[in-house]
Ligand binder design. Structure first.
Ligand code: HSE
Length: 429
């Protein structure tokens, strides 16, 4: 084994960073054997050096992250700060000074992955980010390396644990959205400001990263259609149950049937209880990958938390260190297909629509005509009358999202339609 250690710096030492430090220091012998050289922690950049961090050597702490990444003797920089700036500049500076980077930063990768990859290539170093998507679940490396010889057509997953916990609670207890969110907050699953999770931003960033890698193209978070779970009601969950379905916040990345474009979207959807994703409970994540030769693969596990995220970071760190030792780099970005990302209107799927209508002769025919006029074929209709009004649940066959939107706009204009109570896509069939 080489005795000169590989020098590693850490940017950020919160929940994940502390766990990364703990593993580096307590598992040093095994890590050295696996890499072929020992790891030396060269410095840890933090904002608040006086905070108590169990097991973190205080002599390594610094508040000057810029000076740390400019040292020039670092082999790998591990970034677990999050956010766009100053992290983008710090990562770029680390590359310029010859260090590979391991990051858990989905927001930055989803916003600007292409230019970071280009910088890494320019400086002959690695950029790894397994921890950015679905915590401990190996997903980036299987897509980038194990499936590099296959053709991935679809990635369908639950990539946000907070929203899965909330929807699971609503499903299992009949609770409304606010009640389930309160429980998620009390148990520490939801942050004080849950916007990034419940509005789908977190999942959209992960969808962008997955779509880019799966289809060998470039997808940013701005390309991802996003709807959160704040409008999902107990009635939607009950309706899903009636259909033998449950509601999940899904990230869906698809190659168009003609192969000429891709789509990426995040929204709540009904999926059949028989689908493997339906049994993903609490805050777990799971991702279904459909590839031409491999068929259907499912990846399942904890998508967040200090130790699971640190596991993914450490895997990347070992890979980056091995490459440094071999004076090489691993698989980088592959975006050669340059497939455009189509808008949501081009997506084809099924829909569940709940309408409140007047209960009188001809209304059902009127509603059905509107669907037909927009070329949206109805699969099933269920009607329940109550005091001269009726609730109508229409489930369609597969239709263009743009056609469905036009249908709903026209339905809203009918005097006999009192309101469109909910529209939800039906996936996974
Ligand atoms: N907040 C995320 C989740 C974890 O709830 O899954 C970090 O991406």
């Amino acid at each position: 084994m080489r005795t000169r250690p590989l020098k590693v710096a850490l940017l950020g030492c919160g929940v994940v960073g502390s766990e990364v430090t703990r593993i580096i220091t307590t598992q040093s012998h095994d890590l050295a054997e696996r890499i072929g050289a020992p790891i030396e922690l060269a410095g840890i950049a933090v904002r608040r050096p006086n905070r108590v961090r169990e097991g973190v050597p205080t002599e390594l702490l610094t508040t000057d992250a810029t000076a740390l990444v400019k040292r020039g003797d670092l082999d790998v920089v591990v970034e677990v700060i999050g956010g766009i700036e100053p992290v983008r500049t710090l990562i770029t500076t680390a590359f310029e000074h010859g260090a590979s980077v391991v990051s858990a930063n989905k927001a930055l990768l989803a916003a600007d992955g292409a230019s970071l990859h280009a910088k890494a290539v320019e400086h002959g170093v690695d950029l790894y980010y397994e921890a950015a998507v679905a915590g401990a679940i190996p997903l980036i490396r299987p897509l980038r390396e194990s499936l590099a010889g296959d053709k991935v057509n679809r990635v369908l997953g639950i990539v946000n644990g907070t929203t899965n916990f909330i929807l699971d609670k609503m499903d299992s207890s009949g609770a409304g959205y606010s009640e389930a969110l309160d429980e998620a907050t009390a148990l520490g699953y939801a942050e004080a400001d849950p916007t990034a999770d419940v509005e789908g931003f977190d999942a959209a960033a992960k969808a962008a990263i997955l779509a880019g890698i799966a289809f060998h193209t470039r997808v940013t978070i701005d390309d991802v259609h996003r709807e959160g779970i704040t409008e999902v009601t107990a009635a939607d969950i009950a309706s899903a149950r009636n259909m033998g379905c449950t509601v999940k916040l899904l990230a869906i990345c698809e190659r168009a049937l003609d192969g000429r474009s891709v789509t990426a979207r995040v929204h709540p959807a009904m999926i059949p209880l028989s689908h493997p994703l339906a049994s993903v409970r609490e805050a777990y994540n799971a991702v279904f990958v459909e590839a031409e030769a491999a068929g259907r693969l499912m990846f399942y596990g904890p998508g967040a938390g200090g130790a699971p995220t640190a596991s993914a970071v450490l895997g990347d760190l070992v890979a980056a260190c091995r490459n440094k030792l071999a004076a090489t780099t691993g698989a980088g970005e592959s975006a050669y297909t340059r497939l455009p990302v189509s808008p949501m209107g081009d997506v084809v799927t099924r829909y569940h629509i709940s309408l409140d209508v007047a209960d009188k002769p001809g209304v059902l025919a009127q509603v059905a005509t509107v669907f037909a006029e927009h070329d949206v074929s109805i699969d099933t209709v269920r009607q329940q009358g109550k005091d001269g009004e009726a609730s109508l649940v229409v489930v369609t066959h597969r239709a263009l999202d743009a056609a469905l939107s036009a249908t709903v706009s026209s339905l809203r204009k009918l005097d006999t339609v009192r309101g469109v109570a909910s529209i939800m896509r039906v996936e996974g069939e």
